[in-house]
Design a protein around this ligand. Sequence first.
Ligand code: C5P
Length: 220
Amino acid sequence: STPPDLRGLRVVVSAGPTREYLDPVRFISNPSSGKMGFAVAEEARDRGAEVVLVTGPVSLPNPPGVQVVRIETALELRDAVVEAARDAELVVMTAAVADYRAAERSEEKQAKVAGDVTIHLTPNPDILAELGGQKGNRVLVGFAMETHAGVERAALKAQRKNADFILLNYPTREGTAFGGDDNEVTLVRPDGTSEEWPRLSKREVARRLLDEAVRVRGTR
Ligand code: C5P
């Protein structure tokens, strides 16, 4: 029943969290489940695309018919996505990339000390912005999670990162975003126009996301 409207298209999807190690056994991360990105990868596959899914550590099995690259850190995610994006027509960044990593990753497990400790963090590269800086003919899609002033902030983000659109979601709505099977998103374009979608399954969000990407591609 699914139309093969993405046949021959090369699609890269990033999913899940990243882990930023402080030492071999400790890391900074977030609760991203990977479900949104896996749904995009599976929907794109079912519509005929050649899909590379670059994912951080999640408990989901590899989707059949998708090339899966498992990574841990933001730096590894960057390398894998940039490499895969080279000959892709569509890149969808659903990964919850950690904004910072430890300035120094200790090779040995750090012993506990008395009193407070200070961790120096250094910014991770912004992968979506990097792809946006050498966009070519690719369609670039991002996600954003905001607790306030979402549409304005997402529109500015889309402009700054040179993304074609951003799906804004909300970390505070029960059963959505992190870990949920549903999502409630607002499509935000760099020109500030937006469309609020109802609460939908992540698969249905993926379907509409890909419809919008196909539409954007048609305007090129
Ligand atoms: O700036 P912010 O993290 O809110 O942007 C979210 C979007 O940018 C997501 O699509 C995310 O995957 C992407 N991103 C990225 N590299 C980063 C941080 C976010 O590609 N270092």
